[in-house]
Unconditional design. Sequence first.
Length: 252
Amino acid sequence: MEGLGVVIVLGFIAALLAYSFRVLREYERGVVFQLGRFWKVKGPGLVIVIPGIQQMVRVGLRTVTMDVPSQDVISRDNVSVKVNAVVYFRVVDPAKAIIQVENYLVATSQLAQTTLRAVLGKHQLDEMLAERERLNLAIQQTLDTQTDAWGIKVTTVEIKQIDLNETMVRAMARQAEAERERRSKVILAEAEQQASQKLLEAARTLAEQPEAMQLRYLQTLTVIAGDKSSTIVFPVDMLAPLAQALGRSKDG
């Protein structure tokens, strides 16, 4: 019986020692409490925990990738959209992550959802679609400021997708078509204005030099003469200014 008791005692001691030794990986830390009070952060490597007196909580230091579920967001111009995102964060202070919040993973997820709705709700739909990088940075900075008390560092926030309802998609398509039509009309109007200015300059030049008008008239007749089915009535008196101009040039 004494031998059996010794075996039991030795087995209990061996189990106690086995329970006392913990191995923490390079990316892990152990938050140790002694009699319920925070003692220190240990690791990585071999860690000894005194059973019954000390308790240890493992904390991972690797970057966590967390999907933010699709959120209903109402933009500043009263457009309802669904937005989902992904958040990258890591624990930089294991003690705060365990002591300051009950479950830092759940808390960060819930905070990311509310922050996403709050930040995007301050912007118009066009900004959400065209300035996604700026909004990513705004969400990341806001979220990082709030999680700092938990020992959490939010490194990146990426908006993955912005979904619009079918009515809004059709409205945006009509708006884009109207914008293209408006630009087309503006371009045509500008072309007409430029053409009218050139015609006005040409008319002034021809009015100042009648012989130029006659030469232009002859060029027009040459073009018309290319059509053999046309009959041309040529007024001889139209050449009088040209003949006068040629005579003056010879006299000079």
